[in-house]
Design a binder for this molecule. Structure first.
Ligand SMILES: Cc1ncc(COP(=O)(O)O)c(C=O)c1O
Length: 411
């Protein structure tokens, strides 16, 4: 039998050698987390997944059928790059109500989720070698995104009150000239901790003085402890719309399966992000935008949020109780009052090596190292997400993890 003429006759090329330098070796940690989305016999504390109980399936089924039946020409069409006028209006109305600041038309952009907004900030602002300040630890997707633009990352630690603003002042005084500061002030990923109001005021003053653009990621802002808006610390954007780009997402509060978010900030920055989006996906999907608009306008989004907060509060309580019950002496954890995560420190334990043993024992978490921009940090830390696990499983999962940590510490 002779090989057909198109059969390969040479060894296949080593494509790895042709990979772009800026993305070589990137992406492993997030791919592994998303791969766990459908894992069955494992109690998974790994991804920042919302609880499916919070998805408004019945309402959206009706809205989607109606939209496609009566307004398909709009819902199934391309959208303008800055977003469909109806959703933009609904977002501006809501921001005015929740943040006390109404963005002008040229200060708002609809994005395909939070990570898209971050990527657009990078496209708009970053050249190779530009400096970005990030929290230590921070959202690992942001580290990967900024690295994708060959930015140099400088870390500033977080403590119980969020980003250490004195440490930030010292970095800025050292004159390294960063272009951006990326921060998650509310129920941070991965620690769950929140920036105090005093620090918020000091942070924006400092960045204004040093001409650093603040990228404020509010992914978990509306998933705090309280329904009372006046008990929530002011957003950085509301304090300083001249130096802050706020990026938000519907992924944690509504539907990550529809990739939808937004960015608000200074008009020139938003204009440059709109230009950048013409070079990426050109527009967020119109169907998702129409769904979100209808859901926001119906009032159901605002009605669902308190129910979501209550659900996550009960899971958080179960997780913190399970930490106290099952973790061995010496292990510490953060005590957040919102968001999806708690952050564990287990001195002397290599949490990267332990992750495989944990998986074999039927429990998954994310090891700490990928949440730091500096190699070698976070090796005895790990992130636990309680958002998608019911309280009985939380207890059982932490029982398993506690036994593994006890064994690892006594090795
Ligand atoms: C802080 C933070 N920002 C952004 C995102 C990504 O949001 P999206 O799924 O909308 O891209 C996440 C998701 O884990 C996150 O934790």
């Amino acid at each position: 039998v002779t090989a057909p003429p198109h059969a390969p006759i040479l060894p296949s090329p080593a494509w790895e050698q042709a990979f772009a330098r800026r993305t070589r070796g990137a992406g492993g940690a997030i791919t592994a987390i998303l791969a766990m989305a459908g894992a069955e016999d494992v109690i998974t504390f790994s991804g920042g997944f919302p609880a499916p109980e919070t998805f408004p399936t019945a309402q959206l089924a009706g809205v989607a059928a109606d939209l496609i039946g009566t307004d398909g020409a709009r819902a199934l069409q391309y959208a303008p790059t800055p977003g469909l006028p109806g959703l933009r209006q609904a977002l501006a109305d809501r921001l005015e109500r929740t943040e006390g600041v109404r963005p002008d038309d040229d200060e708002l952009l609809v994005t395909s989720g939070g990570i898209d907004a971050l990527g657009l900030v990078g496209h708009a602002m970053l050249d190779r070698g530009d400096r970005v300040i990030v929290e230590a630890p921070t959202y690992l997707g942001a580290i990967t995104a900024f690295r994708g633009f060959e930015a140099e990352l400088t870390e500033v630690p977080v403590d119980a009150e969020g980003l250490d603003v004195e440490a930030l002042a010292a970095v800025l005084a050292a004159g390294t000239g960063p272009k951006l500061l990326y921060t998650i002030p509310d129920h941070q990923n991965p620690t769950g901790l929140t920036l105090s109001t005093e620090r918020r005021i000091a942070l924006v003053e400092l960045c204004r003085r040093h001409r650093v653009l603040v990228v404020e990621d509010v992914a978990y802002r509306e998933l705090g402890p309280s329904d009372a808006v006046d008990t929530i610390p002011p957003s950085l954007f509301s304090l300083a719309p001249d130096v802050v780009v706020q990026i938000g997402t519907f992924s944690k509060t509504l539907f990550p399966g529809v990739r939808l978010g937004w960015a608000v900030g200074p008009a020139p920055v938003i204009a440059q992000m709109v230009a950048a989006k013409q070079n990426t996906d050109q527009c967020a999907g119109a169907l998702g935008q129409c769904l979100a608009e209808a859901y926001l306008r119906s009032g159901d989004y605002d009605a669902q949020l308190p129910r979501s907060r209550a659900l996550y509060a009960s899971r958080r309580r179960a997780m913190l109780d399970a930490c106290a019950t099952h973790l061995p002496a010496g292990v510490t954890w953060t005590e957040p009052d919102g968001g999806f995560f708690t952050w564990l420190t287990a001195p002397g334990v290599d949490t990267g090596a332990l992750a495989d043993r944990a998986l074999a024992a039927g429990v998954a978490y994310v090891p700490g190292a990928p949440f730091y921009a500096t190699a070698g940090s976070g090796q005895s830390q790990l992130r636990l997400s309680y958002s998608r696990v019911d309280p009985l499983d939380i207890d059982e999962g932490m029982h398993r993890l506690g036994a593994l940590l006890t064994a690892a510490a006594t090795r």
